[in-house]
Design a protein. Structure first.
Length: 331
């Protein structure tokens, strides 16, 4: 018989998931001919599922074109979903109307990749950061200015910058402005879409440390997207690896980096530069650069372990160790 309180604890644990994504699909039609007939689909996001616990950081990593950003924009309802469910704070946001979605938008914000193009060059910093507060009618006048000044100071900028324009700031400072804007409405979930990839390495560490400090201060939940595994390792609690629209491995950060199971994850980790040369190890090669899709495993064309069975059967994402899932028949 299970110990007293076990069922209650399990229920509370389920409630701790701020975001629960189930079988999410985002397909784009391929049209040809004079009548623009749909002849196929680009499966940018193809049946992915994961959960993000409140107050944690979930890292999503993969090569360019793997579907990371499309997944994030679909979850934020910036792109329409083809299928699946996105349960945010107990509500399926994919089924909400635009009028209902407005209430949810206060709780989900984004930090974009490019700090140069994501800020309106014709608007002052005060207007940029204060715009969400005005749109949602939270603050106006002197109160608005006070809240904007406080937000700028929280991200390491001065309140005196409120009347300056984006071109007067460096890339790192612009990203801080973007973070201040994202925090204006006190969101529960912040989607960080490669927020440091456009910055110098020395500035990257400052922004990452700022994000971690803000998370502790405001109990934020991060959905962190990157193609740099070392960045994801530093900030994430749980890491998922995405390839051609599918999640091929998901595990706690330490477990994934210490014991990667999927050949694609091993390939990505082998590409991380080492500051100190190590004794040469057996590396996982890409086994050619073929990316032609087959009916089976999406990584089959590049996998050194793939065989005829892999080419005809798609491996399910299943648990290989406690909390460690991988989609591979060979692990």
């Amino acid at each position: 018989m299970p110990p007293a309180g076990t069922q209650k604890d399990m229920k509370n644990k389920m409630n701790d998931y701020l975001l629960n994504v189930e079988n999410l699909k985002t397909w784009f039609p391929i049209k040809k001919g004079l009548l623009r007939k749909t002849v196929g689909h680009v499966k940018a996001v193809d049946d992915i599922s994961f959960q993000i616990a409140a107050g944690s950081t979930f890292g999503l990593v993969g090569e360019s074109g793997s579907g990371k950003t499309t997944a994030a924009r679909t979850i934020a309802r910036l792109i329409g979903a083809t299928g699946g469910k996105v349960d945010f704070n107990g509500e399926n946001i994919l089924s909400l109307r635009q009028s209902e979605l407005r209430k949810i938008r206060k709780d989900i914000s984004m930090v974009f990749q490019d700090p140069y193009s994501s800020l309106n060059p014709r608007m002052t910093v005060g207007t940029i950061v204060g715009e969400p507060l005005k749109i949602h009618k939270i603050a106006t006048g002197a109160e608005l200015s006070e809240r904007v000044a406080a937000l700028l100071e929280k991200v390491g900028l001065s309140a005196s910058h409120i009347n300056r324009y984006p071109h007067e700031f460096s890339g790192g400072q612009r990203q801080r402005i973007g973070i201040a804007r994202a925090l204006a409405l006190e969101p529960k979930l912040v989607i960080c879409d490669e927020p440091v990839s456009a910055l110098d390495v020395s500035i990257q560490s400052q922004i990452l440390n700022l994000l971690k400090d803000l998370q502790e201060q405001f109990n934020l939940t991060y959905f962190f997207i990157a193609h740099d595994l070392s960045v994801v390792e530093f900030i994430s609690d749980i890491v998922a690896v995405m390839y051609l629209g599918k999640i091929v491995e998901i595990a706690p950060s330490a477990a994934l980096y210490e014991n990667p199971l999927h050949p694609y994850t091993k390939l990505l980790l082998s590409a991380i530069p080492k500051p100190v040369p190590e004794r040469k190890k057996t590396a996982v090669s890409a086994a050619g650069l073929e990316t032609e899709l087959c009916a089976g495993c999406p990584f089959y064309g590049r996998c050194p372990l793939g065989d005829d069975f892999c080419s005809k059967n798609a491996p399910p994402l299943e648990e290989k160790a406690s909390g460690h899932k991988a989609a591979c028949f060979k692990t």
